[in-house]
Design a binder for this molecule. Structure first.
Ligand code: GRG
Length: 301
């Protein structure tokens, strides 16, 4: 989607994404390192896990965790790196299961055939489960039970899974704004917020700053999913790595479906502006949070 057409935010100025590109490469290398070898038995499962994780992706959740960790003085890669990768493993597990025939029945993800199309359904279910488990193994390496708890809460029945259930139940129905906001803040927002919180907690952040960071995470988390809905309507297949229109075909509950395109764009823009304002409260520390918020607001995939 052309950001000009979005016209969401006064903050939609061009951004320098070299920081995000550098971090993304760093994360890609770490994911490769922590994933089981494609040669180790059961190699079919390991190949499937590697196929989905290494297919690409923006790596937004690990980057958020690393940025929060570094902003609050964390400097031990042995602590943050496995946790950052845990977030991408969970995210990829959710995408694999979300694409299954019993959910969205999608054929393409990250520009490649979905895992169940490339392998088969049983392998896709098992690879998703295996990534879910690997994520907790990685999070536990931090030695912080609080961080493991944060992850579990964010993706459990009061977080991502609860949001996904509400999403499935909402299909084909008229949904209120409140219902859509519940789905989006849980299905997508909870893991995004947890990514920032987990990084900051590992760095020993004070509770006041953690509260502010949580508000920032809530704003970009909701904006992220509203923009995902908008991209599904208006995005370019080439950039998104999957066909648009899948929400409409699947009669999904979407933000623009409830409030209309203009209001959805306006609300997303406002959330991004609010997130940037919160970033500024952190002065120099907040510079990268503001950059990530802008990136979320301008993303085209
Ligand atoms: C257990 C059967 C079973 C299913 C679970 C938990 C779940 C399915 C789905 C979670 C819902 C979900 C997929 C939410 C994420 C929506 C979203 C915005 C995905 C795209 O994320 P990006 O843009 O993707 O970060 P990349 O490819 O860049 O990583």
């Amino acid at each position: 989607m052309n950001p000009e057409r979005l016209k969401m935010s006064a903050e939609s100025l061009p951004i320098d994404i070299s920081f995000l590109e550098k971090k993304r490469h760093e994360v890609d290398k770490l994911l490769d390192k922590y994933l089981p070898s494609a040669e180790a038995y059961p190699d079919r499962l390991h190949k499937a896990m590697r196929y989905s994780v290494l297919a690409g992706g923006k790596r937004v959740r690990p980057i958020l965790a690393m940025t929060a960790y570094e902003a609050f003085g964390g400097n031990d890669p042995q602590i943050i790196n496995p946790v950052a990768c845990a977030l991408e493993f969970v995210h990829t597990y959710s995408l694999i299961h979300d694409d299954l025939p019993c959910m969205d029945d999608d054929d393409l993800r990250r520009g490649q055939p979905t895992l169940h199309r490339r392998f088969d359904e049983a392998t896709a279910v098992l690879a998703g489960d295996a990534l879910h488990v690997l994520a907790f193994q990685m999070a536990a390496r931090s030695g912080s039970t609080r961080v493991v708890q944060e992850l579990a809460e964010a993706i459990g029945t009061y977080g991502m899974l609860g949001g996904q259930m509400a999403d499935v139940e909402a299909e084909g129905k008229h949904n209120t704004l409140e219902q859509i906001q519940f789905i989006h803040t849980h299905k997508t927002g909870a893991l995004i917020k947890a990514s920032i919180r987990m990084g900051a907690i590992l760095a020993g952040v004070d509770e006041g700053s953690l509260r502010k960071l949580s508000h920032y995470g809530e704003k970009i988390g909701l904006a992220f999913q509203i923009i995902d809905d908008l991209l599904d309507i208006q995005g370019e297949v080439r950039k998104m790595g999957k066909p648009s229109g899948s929400d409409c075909r699947n009669q999904k509950a979407t933000y623009p479906g409830t409030v209309g395109l203009e209001r959805a764009r306006k609300d997303a823009g406002q959330l991004i502006d609010e997130a940037i304002m919160i970033s500024r409260e952190f002065n120099a520390k907040g510079e990268y949070f503001a950059l990530i918020a802008r990136f979320v607001g301008q993303r085209e995939n």
